[in-house]
Design a protein around this ligand. Structure first.
Ligand code: AMP
Length: 200
């Protein structure tokens, strides 16, 4: 049992984090991973690592990432299936940025078995468009990520709205969604997520 700011977590915790680019998913994933002692699995980070190391997957993924598009489901699904077969996820995990398409939802259901019932909650981080564009442009200046230019940012937001926003309805239908306002100080947002999960 883990005490986390009032949240008591028994056994394993399997979470998804969904939100538009720039909503602070990566930052919050790292915090939650520490708070709940579960590994955070970010498909974006795994792709970036592969790009950096020049692997075959990285070479294929880079073209899509630089265009602000999603890496095809076949490539993404295999990577997640492999990652979720590793022993460190036995006591729970936090998936950051996967699934992002309806097909990936089906794949994750298949990986986890029994219609995704194995998930405990889906945290949806909300943030308005002006704010996320502002944050992404700031990150671009600080980190120089090649997919943070203004044109690519707009494309990524468009792709999110078209392909990922519909997932919220799917998970709402399963009673798993916890909406959390992603605007504000980092600590404040982490606190909101932990409180929202504790009150479920
Ligand atoms: P992120 O760091 O999560 O914003 O991901 C950066 C980029 O990696 C995205 O814009 C996509 O090109 C790619 N990517 C990450 N996760 C996925 C996913 N689940 N499906 C397809 N592409 C993804």
């Amino acid at each position: 049992m883990t005490e986390t700011g009032g949240a008591v977590v028994n056994g394993s915790l399997r979470l998804l984090l969904i939100g538009p680019p720039g909503a602070g998913k990566g930052t919050q994933a790292a915090r939650l991973s520490e708070a709940y002692s579960i590994p955070a699995i970010s498909t974006g980070d795994i792709f970036r690592e592969n790009v950096k190391n020049g692997t075959a997957l990285g070479v294929k993924a880079k073209a899509f990432m630089d265009a602000g598009q999603y890496v095809p489901d076949e490539l993404t699904n295999d990577l997640v299936r492999d990652r979720l077969s590793q022993p460190d996820v036995a006591d729970g995990f936090l998936l950051d940025g996967y699934p992002r398409t309806l097909q990936q939802v089906e794949e994750l259901d298949d990986i986890l078995g029994v219609d995704g019932a194995a998930l405990d909650a889906v945290v949806v981080l909300t943030a308005d468009t002006d704010e996320v564009v502002r944050r992404l442009l700031k990150r671009s200046a600080e980190q120089g990520r090649s997919d943070d230019t203004e044109d690519v940012i707009r494309k990524r937001l468009e792709v999110y709205t078209e392909q990922t926003a519909p997932l919220v309805d799917v998970y709402s239908g399963r009673g798993l969604v916890v909406d959390v306002d992603g605007l504000g100080e980092i600590d404040e947002v982490t606190g909101r997520i932990i409180a929202a999960l504790a009150s479920r």
